[in-house]
Design a binder for this molecule. Structure first.
Ligand code: MG
Length: 279
């Protein structure tokens, strides 16, 4: 049994006049998409992607393969919607998130990513970026030709190398992570990470125990730092992880989910803490 609690927030920012980010935060699935394209097209692409994941969230249990398949379906829908209207041609979106997967052999968290939105984990007071950006500057950093700090102000910092709305479709990165009570996950668009560096993000996460308050504060601080882009965050807390045998004993007293807490069946946790499945 896995008990989660979360909060989310999004804002258009102080420069743009349209919020092209989309967010999904429902029991078992937490997704941020950052749309790209002229006029309102980016908004359409990110919304189509998130809607595809909302349909997946209605099914349980979700497997890691379902997340990959949902990326494929969302990509197809964005491509076909783009082909139908000239003003939506070429629209695309990033997509990243955390999903609860694998109820049969023990629940895990699947972290998935296409593009330069990010998932972080705060554990034991330490903030770790779990996703790797699919971006032009990340490639330069990986090649040792650019420092992570210089990447923050590089003129090509907004160029993504993988996105939904592309043909052939993008391969999402996917990692399986064992949930641990006390861990906090952050799913965010680059409107957050473009304004706040990791130490500032870590401090806000560490000093706002309530996930909704943390999400609100992250957005407030990103706006205060410039708000040059749409900013979207989901803050997800792992409250409790109960092993399979214990979970069976507790079935009679299982709490009822409310608006912001999911209680899901669980089993034993059998895989290593972080396992890359695909890159
Ligand atoms: Mg953005």
């Amino acid at each position: 049994m896995l008990t989660l609690r979360w909060g989310s927030a999004t804002d258009v920012g102080r420069v743009r006049n349209l919020n092209e980010d989309s967010v999904l935060a429902v029991p078992g699935l937490f997704v941020v998409a950052d749309g790209m394209g002229g006029h309102a097209a980016g908004e359409v692409a990110s919304r189509l992607a998130v809607e595809e994941f909302a349909r997946l969230a209605e099914r349980t249990p979700v497997r890691a393969e379902d997340l990959t398949e949902t990326v494929r379906l969302a990509n197809e829908h964005i491509l076909s919607a783009g082909a139908e209207r000239d003003d939506q041609l070429g629209m695309g979106t990033t997509l990243t998130g955390v999903g609860v997967v694998g109820a049969e052999r023990g629940e895990q968290l699947a972290v998935f990513n296409v593009g330069d939105s990010r998932v972080y984990r705060l554990a034991g007071g330490r903030l770790e970026q779990l996703t790797v950006d699919h971006s032009a500057v990340q490639e330069l950093v990986d090649a040792g030709r650019l420092s992570a700090q210089a990447a923050r102000s590089h003129p090509r910092r907004n160029v993504v190398t993988r996105s939904l709305g592309s043909d052939p479709g993008p391969a999402p990165d996917l990692w399986l992570v064992d949930p641990a009570a006390g861990d906090r996950y952050l799913v965010c668009s680059d409107g957050l990470t473009g304004e706040l560096e990791d130490p500032a993000i870590a401090e806000l996460l560490a000093t706002n125990p309530d996930p909704q308050a943390a999400a609100d504060q992250l957005v407030v601080r990103a706006l205060a730092a410039g708000g040059n882009d749409n900013v979207t965050v989901v803050v997800l807390d792992v409250l409790e992880v109960v092993a399979a045998e214990e979970s069976l004993r507790q079935t009679a007293t299982m709490p009822v989910p409310d608006g912001a807490t999911a209680v899901l069946p669980s089993g034993e946790l059998s895989l290593p803490p972080t396992q890359p499945l695909a890159t």
